[in-house]
Design a protein around this ligand. Structure first.
Ligand code: ADE
Length: 234
């Protein structure tokens, strides 16, 4: 999968060199390029923002540098390329969306700062052939910019790209994959600071363990996230 990121803070994405995603990049499973938006400016101050039309607080990101950056990146897009615009005004990002985006051949993340990017940049990108634009929110809170949101999404999506996670089974037995929260996990020693591992997990009865784990998932989801449960289970 090809991933392009446009930002005024390329340093933010240094973390993509480490851990699982760093390994996936080395193995060429993920082909990530980070672009500095200021490289697409032409003035001495490398200006990327200006005051909003209509007044109001804050600054808006100017369309010209974004247009040039996207012209470069989306010059000849692979069919199915998705431009992801992290924004608190977007649709909520979910595991289902991560699964869908993991199937795309190419993703472009546009990291806005200040009060966001001039809307015409997003509207124009949506007119490009072979390109779909999605405005996506990480949650109902406001970050200082799209960088942290893009990082979170790239991690959630990247780990679903085939080959990135060594044991694919570990992807199916986790929170949100079956609509429920994950069951609690334990490892050795069986007693730690007087706290015991639930005895059923030590017995080797796989059917009983699976049933216990499912019950734990339901209990935890009812307690912490009842909104996730279908009506019959709440
Ligand atoms: N940029 C600022 N806040 C955001 C959020 N909650 N989700 C995605 N991008 C953002």
């Amino acid at each position: 999968m090809r991933i392009d990121i446009v930002t005024i803070f390329p340093e933010f994405f240094g973390v993509l060199d480490i851990s699982l995603l760093g390994k996936a990049r080395q193995q060429k499973l993920l082909d990530v390029t980070v672009h500095d938006l200021r490289d697409f400016t032409h003035d001495r101050h490398r200006t990327v923002d200006d005051t909003p039309y209509g007044g109001g607080a804050g600054m808006v990101m100017k369309p010209e540098p974004w247009g040039e950056a996207l012209d470069r990146i989306l010059g000849d897009p692979l069919p199915g390329t998705v431009v992801v615009v992290p924004s608190p005004a977007g649709r909520p990002f979910t595991q289902a969306e991560a699964r869908e985006l993991a199937l795309a051949p190419a993703l472009v993340f546009t990291c806005g700062r200040y009060e966001g990017i001039d809307q015409r940049v997003i509207d124009h990108a949506a007119t490009r052939p072979n390109v779909e634009v999605r405005e996506v929110s990480l949650g109902d809170y406001v970050l200082n910019g799209g960088e942290v949101a893009a990082m979170a999404m790239i991690e959630a999506i990247g780990r679903l790209v085939p080959g990135v996670v060594g044991n694919p089974e570990s992807l199916t037995e986790e929170s949100h994959e079956d609509g429920l929260l994950e069951y609690p996990s334990y490892t050795k020693p069986s007693v730690w600071r007087d706290l015991e591992v639930p005895p059923i997990l030590l017995g080797g009865n796989h059917g009983a363990i699976a049933a216990w784990r499912h019950e734990q998932q339901l209990e935890r989801t009812r307690r912490v996230r009842p909104d996730l449960l279908p009506d019959g289970l709440s």
